[in-house]
Design a protein around this ligand. Structure first.
Ligand SMILES: Cc1cc2nc3c(=O)[nH]c(=O)nc-3n(C[C@H](O)[C@H](O)[C@H](O)COP(=O)(O)OP(=O)(O)OC[C@H]3O[C@@H](n4cnc5c(N)ncnc54)[C@H](O)[C@@H]3O)c2cc1C
Ligand SMILES: NC(=O)c1ccc[n+]([C@@H]2O[C@H](COP(=O)([O-])OP(=O)(O)OC[C@H]3O[C@@H](n4cnc5c(N)ncnc54)[C@H](OP(=O)(O)O)[C@@H]3O)[C@@H](O)[C@H]2O)c1
Length: 490
């Protein structure tokens, strides 16, 4: 025991210190480390925050393909949830740190390669999220007005690539496939009274179309049962209480839930209680408000889409054919949906597919797991590489709220700091931003700095105020570039 403590104190610890200091010397880590982060969503900003906090001189540059920061906080979070967007205040504080630069309007993989970033930076952290959606792979999926929820969200949130999405809201019924929080966001936007939406930062062109919408009924259809639903209680409660909209949860779908409620873990238990109560014995207040509602949404369970049926010689959607599933498996939450030979048809003129997202490869030099749609990594270190990390959805997969992404970003920041501290990374001849900006300058790419973004921000807020909204987003990249005050980085 005493011998072990002696060895630890007088042999191993000094030896470790000598190894770390030699590595630092030979790898040049005594110099200021420069870290590039690709993506300015929550993962990018929280990783940057941790890196700046944990090292006195380290510099961080955040690359973003759009001229504007904040990823899904700007382009995903629903416009009627402004309180969620308060996190951008923390991100702004990080961006204004003298050791941090926002380098916007740069698509990494196209304007600059990962290899070039690796040559300029001590470490490169990929935090570029999950920009694509999963597909169902069924006939009719490419018909007009069969949209991905990802694009629909981008459309109402003013994402430049989705602003021209063709959305037809002229028919009464819509079907949303999926039981997650994105599905319920989309359902709420379709069902919310227009005067409520007018006070949000929803894009004006989508507001105009929603004001003229004929959609009166939304079916939200999941392939498994109420015990496996992926949405959360706050969002369900909000939908149940939505003014002028009735909730339909069929009694027979939820009647037996009370038999298992007490065995469920807490968040799932409360969610299940709400589903049960709403379907079996809704409160007097809810029943009263539903009695006069002009719109309704209906939750349907254990149905998998097998075909989207066309009408009007393939020019429109007529409905969705579902097969009825039964659930198999012991573990309640992980039960599998198994198709039966029964089918159900639901008529509709709009289909929104909300079955999750996936990342895309950024550059041929970065490994990619195309089956899972993520970068293969071990706790954030990208497999088979040195000095290359991933953070947020691109490494975890497209699940988790901002808080989950924050925890991951902090962890990944600590991991990079540890590797720097232990001299694992090559820091020789790395000049970070200056080196990268030279390359971008040679290619004639316009860089948008954080203070440029602040000009865009100011213009958007001013524009919004004229319409009684917190902001009117510019949905055209060219307009954003025109609004910037300068083209030098802050
Ligand atoms: C529709 C929707 C609504 C949501 N609402 C909520 C909510 O209300 N509350 C909540 O807590 N969570 C919400 N979430 C979850 C939350 O948004 C995620 O947890 C979080 O945004 C993931 O962060 P990320 O940084 O990994 O990805 P993202 O936020 O997607 O950020 C990735 C960034 O990388 C950029 N990028 C992509 N490719 C490149 C490239 N090649 N070069 C440079 N930059 C690139 C993108 O433009 C983007 O800015 C929502 C998610 C969605 C999809
Ligand atoms: N307000 C908020 O806090 C908020 C808002 C939006 C998003 N988010 C978060 O962002 C993340 C992504 O949300 P998400 O809704 O895109 O994903 P999600 O929570 O993973 O939900 C995806 C839904 O699609 C279903 N699905 C998947 N593949 C399917 C298929 N082939 N056929 C039929 N259904 C299929 C899933 O069913 P199975 O369960 O059977 O797989 C599930 O119901 C989540 O963590 C979410 O909480 C949060």
């Amino acid at each position: 025991m005493v011998w072990c403590a002696f060895k630890q104190r007088f042999l191993w610890r000094p030896l470790r210190r000598i190894i770390i200091s030699a590595r630092r010397h030979y790898c040049g880590t005594d110099k200021t480390p420069h870290v590039a982060i690709v993506g300015s969503g929550p993962a990018g900003f929280y990783t940057a925050q941790q890196l700046l906090k944990g090292h006195p001189s380290l510099r961080v540059d955040i690359y973003e393909k759009l001229p504007v920061p904040f990823g899904l906080v700007r382009y995903g979070v629903a416009p009627d949830h402004p309180e969620v967007k308060i996190v951008t205040n923390t991100f702004t504080e990080t961006a204004r740190n003298k050791r941090c630069s926002f380098i916007g309007n740069i698509t990494v993989g196209k304007d600059i390669t990962i290899g070039e970033l690796q040559r300029a930076y001590t470490a490169v952290v990929l935090a570029y999220g999950a920009d694509e959606d999963r597909k169902l792979g069924i006939p009719g999926e490419d018909l007009p007005n069969v949209l991905s929820a990802r694009q629909f969200v981008g459309w109402y949130n003013g994402l430049p690539q989705d602003r021209d999405l063709s959305v037809d809201l002229s028919r009464e019924n819509a079907v949303i496939i999926g039981h997650g929080n994105v599905a319920i966001d989309v359902c709420r936007i379709l069902m919310t009274p227009i005067d409520t939406l007018r006070k949000t930062d929803i894009s004006q062109y989508s507001l105009d179309q929603l004001a003229a919408s004929n959609v009166k009924k939304v079916y939200m259809v999941g392939r498994r049962g109420p015990l496996q639903i992926a949405l959360t209680i706050k969002e369900l409660r909000e939908m149940i209480r939505l003014p002028e909209c009735r909730t339909i949860i069929h009694k027979e779908d939820v009647l037996d839930l009370d038999k298992v409620i007490s065995d469920l873990p807490r968040p799932r238990r409360r969610l299940t209680e709400l589903l049960h109560k709403t379907g079996v014995s809704p409160s007097e207040k809810d029943s009263k408000h539903w009695a006069t509602a002009s719109r309704e949404w209906e939750l349907r369970f254990c149905l998998s889409p097998v075909e989207i049926r066309a009408g009007n010689a393939g020019k429109s959607v007529e409905g969705v054919r579902f097969c009825v599933n039964r659930l198999e498996g012991e573990d309640i939450v992980n039960k599998k949906a198994v198709p039966t030979d029964k089918t159900v048809d639901i008529e509709c003129g709009l289909v929104l597919r909300s079955i999750g997202f996936r990342s895309i490869p950024i550059d041929s030099s970065v490994p990619f797991d195309s089956q899972r749609g993520i970068i293969p990594n071990q706790n954030g270190r990208i497999l088979g590489t040195t000095g290359l990390y991933c953070s947020g959805w691109v490494g975890l997969g497209p699940v988790g709220v901002i808080l989950t992404t924050m925890t991951d970003g902090f962890e990944k920041g600590k991991l990079v700091l540890k590797d720097i501290e232990e001299g694992r990374l090559d820091n020789s001849g790395k000049n970070g931003r200056d080196q990268a900006l030279d390359i971008l300058k040679q290619r004639g790419v316009q860089v948008v700095s954080f203070s440029d973004w602040e000009c865009i921000d100011e213009a958007e807020c001013k524009n919004g105020q004229q319409h009684g909204k917190p902001r009117e987003k510019m949905a055209d990249t060219a307009d954003m570039l025109k609004a910037v005050c300068s083209s030098t980085t802050s």
